[in-house]
Design a protein around this ligand. Sequence first.
Ligand code: SAM
Length: 341
Amino acid sequence: MAATVAMGINEPMSRKSVPEAEHFDKQEDAGSFDHAASYYGKHIEKLSAPLAVRIVEWADITQGQRVLDVGTGTGIAARCAARAVGGQGKAFGIDLSDGMLDAARYESDRQGLENIRFLKMDSEELGFPDHHFDAVISLCAVAHFPHLDVALREIRRSLRPGRKAVVAIGAGRPPWGSGLARYAIGRLVKMIQSAFQPQLWAPGAIMDFVDSREPELPTAIFAEWQKRDPYRRLCLAIQEAGFEIDGTGWTGHTPCFDSALDFWEAQISIVTAARQRLLHLGAKRLAVLRDEFVASAQRVLDRNGRLYYPFGAYFVRGRVPDRTLKFRSDGELSERPVRRQ
Ligand SMILES: C[S@@+](CC[C@H](N)C(=O)[O-])C[C@H]1O[C@@H](n2cnc3c(N)ncnc32)[C@H](O)[C@@H]1O
């Protein structure tokens, strides 16, 4: 395979390989994670550790608090939150995928974390009482929620007044602003280097490969809402759910893989379009494709080349107001503190 320099965004993707189908099934989507959980858990730390740290910092999580991670996956952000709340606090991670939850529990046990619990639950129907949490985080998961408005209202309901939710949506490069200029300069430098140093870039590397070998899926791979203008729509939805937005920002980086096999495993588990198109294949066909991809990536490494995986997310922080407006029987609006539980 020729060295590829493709614009790398992890999620969401607007590549031609993403079908325009309207149909998105959240159970099927979560099922695709079941098969990917072990590779996902093995590689997400390298890619997403700075994002997990950022989301916990931004949610102002402190010792003794009760925190919820929605769409926790293999639990990277929930574990970060568990460390931040300490022994007196508790972190909960919820997800629809049994495979991801099993991997989350296994890793948390391995790390000896006792103040963390993982539950199978739908983001659109959180089984917690009102005002139960001091902070809610959700890292790179909302693109999989078909009814974002419902999930955000649930998050708001479960949060105590005055407390914060931080929701991050995957974005391998900054969407705009000075961060984008810095990122573009960094990419330009690497593009110039590519004249004498072969490079493969995720997720373009895997998607070019998949596009040339496997047919497209007839179903949508992400929730409909995030196909166009996802960052603006996320901000609007957070406001409409009753939050005050008190910050937005981007965090990301471009790690390099020095193993061709790891580069394959990371992409087929984390890049949604690749996961959904490859992981349902029979073991034999998957092994053929793996060997072919890994051999081509290995040739890049053998020529002192680089395997890059840019990974980042756009973060929105919302705060539940301390006060609500009540419509009185005399037709006046009155401001009242929200009752605390
Ligand atoms: C891209 S992964 C992100 C996981 C994790 N937050 C991370 O940053 O690694 C998205 C996760 O959302 C979960 N998910 C999708 N739809 C969901 C829903 N309706 N309710 C709860 N979790 C859901 C998936 O099963 C998957 O584990």
